[in-house]
Design a binder for this molecule. Structure first.
Ligand code: 5GP
Ligand code: ZN
Length: 156
């Protein structure tokens, strides 16, 4: 079963993460295998901010083949407790900005592992302060729509 694709214009041009993966620029790697690489973010939220990245260039979540996506998740899951201890952090945010409107700046898919500690000043503010609470009918309607599209991706 394939996930439905949403319309999107692929970005063009140069990719800094492809450069790093090909050894064209300095990078501090903490894990690598044939499919995935993890390195330290050059502008970390906190020390130990790691990016888990596929070696191949995929832009956003829906471009990632299922096996690669599962592998990246597995690598992230292995790294999370280690990074947390190494960074001396108490907690972690796992963040994926998938697409420009979602805040993705480097258009080579990556998972942020962000070590967190009390009072560090970073915030992924949820629930969104500007949120308008939907009623139960609206929530049920959306849940039914998602469930139906999962069962039959061609229907929407
Ligand atoms: P995004 O906004 O795309 O989710 O996150 C991109 C991340 O890549 C940012 O946190 C940024 O600091 C990091 N980044 C951008 N350029 C480089 C680079 O050249 N090297 C490394 N290690 N990280 C980078
Ligand atoms: Zn790339």
């Amino acid at each position: 079963m394939h996930a439905p694709k949403s319309p999107r214009t692929p970005s063009t041009g140069h990719c800094i993460f492809c450069d790093l993966i090909q050894g064209a620029a300095e990078v501090s790697i903490c894990y690598e295998d044939a499919t995935a690489i993890a390195f330290l973010d050059i502008q970390p939220v906190n020390p130990g901010h790691v990016l888990v990245v596929p070696r191949e260039h995929y832009e956003v979540l829906q471009d990632i083949p299922r096996d690669v996506g599962l592998h990246l998740y597995e690598v992230a899951t292995r790294l999370i407790p280690v990074v947390q201890v190494a960074a001396g952090a108490t907690d972690m945010n796992i963040v994926v900005n998938s697409g420009a409107a979602a805040g993705q700046n480097v258009m080579h898919y990556h998972i942020h592992l962000i070590p967190r500690r009390e009072g560090d000043g970073f915030d992924v503010s949820l629930p969104f302060p500007g949120s308008v609470m939907p009623n139960r009918q609206q929530l049920d309607g959306m849940a039914a729509r998602i469930g139906s599209m999962l069962r039959d991706p061609l229907k929407n």
